[in-house]
Design a binder for this molecule. Structure first.
Ligand code: 13P
Length: 339
């Protein structure tokens, strides 16, 4: 498949991506925080639950995995990558090795993992991986993000995108403007515009084929601690406005991260954009928390809860699939989720 075909398939009508790339140490820590028993097979059990949810491919086109997950085998000894492919979804990978603090900055970060990346990407491609994802995180504060952090991250994202394409892997570039903070929606708009404009400049300089690239973006939102919270229609309007200014129409699709939004808001915002605007790119989802929060609580690391957790995941995937078409309604949320 060409890079453009992979990108198009990832944003096929009514479908989005499931981000499952929480590394096992962070996953185990989350279980502990939630009071869920942690054991050595918890990570594999959870990954297997997510990837093998019956009919997930009706709403999910691809799954972002960690390096560890690309090498995991399920309880029957089958590779999880193969399971994803057999279920009609595209396996993706986050080749990132964690955030490091930029020297001389006020705690701003850049992703690490560039060393040996060319070789690792070739290995992933041979395993059947079709796409990659690389994240840059920007915290809004009185003096952040800085010009320095925006440039450094744009260059690293673009290098990863170029290396991915060289390996035949379609890149997803993820410049995330974080929700945490007391900033206004206007400030989020300004920062998002700046970050996107520099990201595309770097993609151009790195000769990245835009037709074979997706953007994983944050929405333009009021900070989580801001006293004035913008409503759904304003978020949709401001997000579409900044994308129209800074994201070329050659990009096949933009998939959102949920970023700490509630399940309801992640879906309602996506739906409002698709229902109310005529757009040059597909707008869909690449959620982790907004798909997996409820399934994880229902699962509790107990085998007997797997069907209920999978039903809850399928429900959220369906709601977001409908939102990617602008066809979601609040009434659909109230439909019973069969255990
Ligand atoms: P959230 O949807 O939880 O923000 O996660 C998205 C993500 O980028 C994980 O890879």
């Amino acid at each position: 498949m060409s890079l453009n075909e992979i990108a198009d398939q990832l944003v096929a009508a009514g479908k989005g991506i499931m981000a499952a790339d929480r590394p096992s140490p962070a996953f185990n820590q989350l279980l502990e925080e939630e009071g869920i028993p942690v054991d050595e097979s918890a990570y594999r059990n959870w990954s297997e639950l997510l990837f093998k949810t019956p009919n997930l491919n009706e709403y999910v086109s691809g799954i972002i995995m960690t390096d560890e997950q690309t090498r995991l085998r399920d309880s029957n000894g089958d590779s999880l990558i193969e399971q994803v492919i057999q279920r009609g979804m595209i396996p993706g990978v986050s080749p990132f090795k964690g955030m490091v603090v930029l020297a001389g900055s006020e705690g701003e970060t850049v992703g690490s993992g560039l060393d040996g990346l060319r070789e690792r990407l070739a290995e992933y491609a041979a395993m059947g991986v079709g796409f990659s994802k690389w994240r840059a995180a920007f915290q809004i504060g009185p003096r952040t993000p800085s010009y320095y952090a925006i440039e450094a991250n744009a260059y690293v994202m673009a290098q990863v995108a170029a290396l991915s394409q060289e390996a035949g892997i379609a890149p997803i570039v993820e410049p995330e403007v974080m929700l945490v903070g007391d900033h206004t929606i206007e400030r989020c708009f300004q920062v998002t515009e700046w970050v996107l404009s520099r990201a595309f400049e770097a993609l151009y300089l790195h000769r990245v084929d835009l037709e074979g690239t997706l953007v994983k973006a944050s929405m333009v939102l009021s900070g989580s601690e801001c006293a004035r919270q913008a409503d759904v229609d304003t978020v949709a309007e401001q997000t579409v406005k900044v994308f129209r200014r800074q994201i070329p129409a050659a990009i096949p699709g933009i998939v959102f991260l949920s970023g700490g939004q509630s399940d309801f808001h992640a879906t309602a915002h996506l739906n409002a954009m698709n229902a109310n605007f005529d757009l040059p790119w597909k707008l869909s989802f690449s959620y982790a928390r907004a798909l997996q929060r409820e399934p994880m609580a229902l699962w509790g690391n107990r085998a007997e809860n797997v069907p209920a957790a999978q039903a809850a995941l399928l429900h959220r995937a369906k709601m977001n699939g409908l939102a990617s078409l602008g066809l979601w309604t609040e009434a659909l949320e109230r439909e019973a989720v069969a255990p």
